[in-house]
Each structure stands twice: as C-alpha cells, then as structure tokens.
Design a protein around this ligand. Structure first.
Ligand SMILES: [Zn+2]
Length: 147
C-alpha cells in the first residue's frame, strides 16, 4: 500500500477552510522542530484549486530555520503555481504567521483583500484577510517583479 504524501498537490476547488486546516494539521506531524518543539503545519489553496502543504524546518544555526508557510510556498512554486487564495496554519495554539511569512504570502496573494489566513484558536477557527491581518506590509513601485 502506498502512503499518501501530504506534500502532493491535490485539486479540490471546493475545499473548505476546515479541510485546509485539517491538511495543515496532518502536515504538522512531519515538522522538524527539535529545538523549539513548536510544530507548525501550513496548507495553501491556490487560485487553481490545488493545495500545497509545508512544515517548519529548524536548524541548529537558528537563522537557517524556515517557517511552514514558506516551505508550503516553496512547494507551490516548485509545482509551477503562483497565486495563494487561502492559507491555513496549524501551530497547535492558534498562532498567526510571523511577519516574514506575511510578507512572503503577500508576494503571491491573489490580492491582499481576497487572500485569507486561517488558524484554529482555542475559541474557534479564525479567518482574516491578509490586509486585515497586516495592513501595512512593505511594498514599493520601484521594486516590481519582471517575469
Ligand atoms: Zn513565519
């Protein structure tokens, strides 16, 4: 029997926020966090309806640590997709993405108003737009992608 990898993309255009959180939760089990023991899983839903998961990957050289949100972005980019519609994050305690991850999510968000970030807090699921969560992320007209 082949074990289904949570890292494989799946095309589920009607996936719910609860299902995204569940995928993030499943991925979280594979997080590599031997230093902080703070396991994080993330699951992106793209504008094409595909999902990509990621986990935090710590390093004994702490600055080399990468958050789950950014490893999920790496999986999405590796598959040739570039637009985040939603991202669910499971930290176990309802934590939202850090500032670096919010900036990274903004790079690929369908828009800051439409892109939503989902977490499971102790008092229930919270779903906020990127612009609500981080209204003043850095941007500049002088620094634009040239694809
Ligand atoms: Zn982060």
């Amino acid at each position: 029997m082949v074990k289904e990898s949570p890292l494989q993309p799946s095309n589920s255009p009607n996936i719910t926020s609860e299902q995204l959180l569940s995928l993030a939760h499943q991925a979280r089990k594979n997080a590599y966090a031997p230093y902080s023991h703070y396991l994080v899983g993330a699951c992106i839903l793209t504008d094409q309806g595909n999902t990509y998961t990621g986990v935090n990957v710590e390093n004994r050289s702490y600055g080399a640590t990468v958050c789950a949100e950014r490893t999920a972005i790496g999986a999405m980019i590796t598959a040739g997709e570039y637009k985040i519609l939603k991202i669910a994050v499971d930290t176990g305690d309802g934590g939202f993405p850090c500032g670096i991850c919010l900036q990274s999510i903004a790079e690929f968000a369908v828009s800051r108003e439409l892109c939503t970030i989902i977490v499971q807090a102790a008092d229930g699921m919270k779903e906020l737009s990127l612009s609500d969560l981080a209204p003043h992320l850095w941007t500049s007209d002088k620094v634009q992608p040239k694809l």
